[in-house]
Design a protein around this ligand. Structure first.
Ligand code: SAM
Length: 259
């Protein structure tokens, strides 16, 4: 999987992502992440990439041309096959046009299903805005998806891009040590994950639930499922509308939603 992040702050993005699990996956060649500095495509002697918005208003706007040139450079790289192929990637240069995601508070809100869908792509290009955003005309030409990380405004698209790259990367086969750890997690089946415990068996006088020490796999699974339903009912009842629950689970959920 190859990620290209078009940004004015490449160090921020690379330093944030080149650590821990994602950093290891990069070293193993399971992922590649390249930050493309939009400022390298500035076309004036001051190296500036922003200007005042027509019609007035506070703040500056990123200009269309440097963003477009950075995009063209990424596309040339992709079509010349410069990015190292991911394991099992035989599609080569015949690949479809990669999706270009503009991080924007005006976009569709990012969620786990979207991460799963995007994890199927060979390449993804992220475009990070800054200041008041980006000249609309270049967005119209290159962007395929507008994605927000939530209904609030942050200063730039870098943190949102890092969040998306992290969430998508951990779904790429081999990135997590144990593929099972991505198997049941919060939001799968529209439920939150059950509570988890590790050693010691008693901590601050609190005992690990007996069933988890029983070694009885089926009972553990039953307990976990029920706990997921209870937790979702308490913390995120909105998710339950789309969850597939048995009659008994619906009753449990109703009981805990009222508490
Ligand atoms: N003037 C813009 C508006 O009101 O929609 C907000 C610009 S914001 C200060 C600068 C950049 O941060 C945006 O171009 C976008 O790339 C990024 N950004 C801010 N909030 C975001 C969010 N919730 N999700 C994704 N990106 C966001």
């Amino acid at each position: 999987m190859h990620f290209y992040i078009m940004t004015l702050f490449p160090e921020m993005v690379m330093q944030g992502l080149d650590t821990s699990i994602i950093g290891r996956a990069m070293s193993k060649g399971l992922l590649s992440i390249e930050a493309v500095n939009i400022r390298d495509y500035a076309f004036n002697k001051h190296n500036s990439v922003d200007d005042y918005p027509y019609g007035g208003g506070a703040g500056m706007l990123m200009q269309a041309e440097p963003v477009y040139q950075a995009y063209e450079a990424v596309m040339n790289k992709i079509s010349s096959g410069e990015s190292a192929p991911a394991p099992g990637d035989t599609a080569g240069s015949k690949r479809k046009r990669p999706r270009v995601i503009y991080l924007s508070p005006q976009g569709k809100t990012f969620h786990q299903d979207m991460a799963e869908e995007l994890a199927e792509e060979e390449e993804l290009i992220f475009l990070c805005g800054h200041y008041e955003g980006i000249d609309e005309r270049v967005l119209e030409e290159i962007v395929t998806d507008y994605v927000s990380i939530g209904d609030y405004v942050v200063t730039g698209g870098e943190l949102p891009a890092m969040i998306m790259v992290d969430a998508i990367s951990r779904l790429v086969p081999g990135v997590l040590h144990n593929d099972v750890s991505a198997e049941f997690e919060s939001f799968q089946d529209n439920l939150l994950e059950y509570p988890q415990y590790s050693r010691p068996e008693i901590w601050h006088g609190k005992q690990v639930p007996e069933v988890l020490l029983s070694g009885h796999h089926a009972n553990v699974e039953k307990w976990r499922r029920e706990q997921s339903v209870i937790r979702t009912a308490r913390l995120r009842p909105d998710l339950l509308e789309k969850a597939e629950l048995s009659e008994k689970e619906r009753e449990i959920a109703k009981r805990f939603q009222k508490l």
